[in-house]
Design a binder for this molecule. Structure first.
Ligand code: AVJ
Length: 338
């Protein structure tokens, strides 16, 4: 399981680095499959190449995109309550370790946390992020895992100290990333996160909430056009990496609030008929036909608690931001998942 060249001791700043060898994503076949569907669709996980990650960071700085700022503000405000719930010596695990400002806010709020374990599908990414954290938190035991959260994970088997294993586990899943998944997959992911918890452990998860459609549609289609560029960047990536010839000028970005499914849906819409080739395969998109790019589900406290309950998680405490409605949930295992 452990890459012998990366064992403890050879990575001085980290307590451990383990590569769990997540199944490699196949960009080519995923894109071709998506473009072949009757409703064309592209998987949002491919947004985040270097330029895509830069564009996403730029989205979080747009005045209309309240999500990131609101969550951070809320996390800061509830710090003392989180410290009380977690107690001393907690172990924080973060799947998709990305936003170091949020994890730092949490770690700073807690009382002498024992350990942090970052996980990401990109080994390089998680290792770099955790090493940076280790430089600033010398007291903390820090491990990095190259792991995909759809894979099995035995947290008891992680090479943490005995002291850390004894601490309360807090799985941290901020950003309303859960909202990106179809509800059935969100449920599956919650069950997976639930399976990492013992009695007394917790899942701390951020979920964006339903609000006025104007606010939502502006947040996902900012005036400066950064979200549009973020979507069109995936088209550029397909053209570059899969020898495609999609004319991005013939595609317009559209985001709308679907109240019936409680989500913002994002599309690229063709303004005229277009024929194009990707990886040697030919496609046609008709005028006004769309490519479904992404969903961002929004919850109420009740709808999220109902979903969590189906995953065997009960709410101990929820906080709602006073700015734009955004919620943080402290969930604990409740019996078995159904
Ligand atoms: C990263 C999934 C939380 O849904 O708000 C933002 C992604 N896409 N603007 C979100 C996103 C366009 C974002 N998440």
């Amino acid at each position: 399981m452990t890459d012998p060249s990366l064992k403890t001791g050879q990575t001085p700043s980290l307590s451990f680095y383990e590569d769990m060898h997540p199944p490699a994503a196949d960009f080519r076949s995923d894109i071709l499959a998506g473009l072949s569907k009757p409703q064309k669709a592209l998987p949002p996980k491919y947004y985040y190449d270097e330029e895509g990650s830069r564009l996403f960071d730029a989205i979080t700085e747009q005045p209309e995109y309240y999500v990131t700022g609101t969550e951070l503000e809320l996390l800061r405000a509830i710090g003392p309550e989180l410290a009380a719930l977690a107690g001393e010596g907690a172990v924080v695990l973060e799947p998709g370790a990305g936003s170091s400002v949020k994890i730092r806010t949490l770690l700073d709020a807690l009382e002498r946390p024992a350990a942090f374990v970052g996980m990401d599908i990109s080994g390089d990414h998680v290792r770099a992020a955790c090493e940076e954290l280790a430089a600033d938190y010398p007291e903390l035991e820090i491990g990095a895992l190259c792991h995909d959260f759809t894979q099995k994970l035995d947290v008891d088997a992680l090479p943490l100290s005995e002291n850390a294993h004894a601490g309360r586990r807090v799985v941290f899943f901020p950003g309303s990333t859960i909202g990106n998944f179809e509800l059935i997959d969100a449920l599956g992911l919650l069950k997976t996160l639930r399976s990492w918890l013992r009695e007394g452990d917790a899942l701390l998860i951020g979920t964006d909430m339903r609000k006025a459609s104007e606010t939502l549609e502006a947040a996902y289609d900012d005036k400066a056009g950064v979200t549009a560029a973020f979507n069109l960047n995936l088209i550029a990536r397909i053209n570059r990496e899969l020898d495609g010839d999609i004319d991005a000028d013939g595609l317009q970005y559209r985001a709308f609030w679907n109240p019936y499914r409680s989500r913002v849906e994002m599309y690229l819409m063709a303004v005229r008929d277009m024929h194009f080739t990707v990886a040697g395969e030919r496609f046609v998109i008709r005028k006004h036909e769309t490519i479904h790019m992404e969903n961002s589900h929004k919850f109420t406290l009740d709808t999220f608690h109902d979903l969590a309950a189906k995953a065997g998680l009960k709410s101990r405490k929820a906080w709602v931001s006073g700015r734009e409605p955004f919620s943080m949930h402290w969930l604990e295992p409740a019996g078995e998942a159904c």
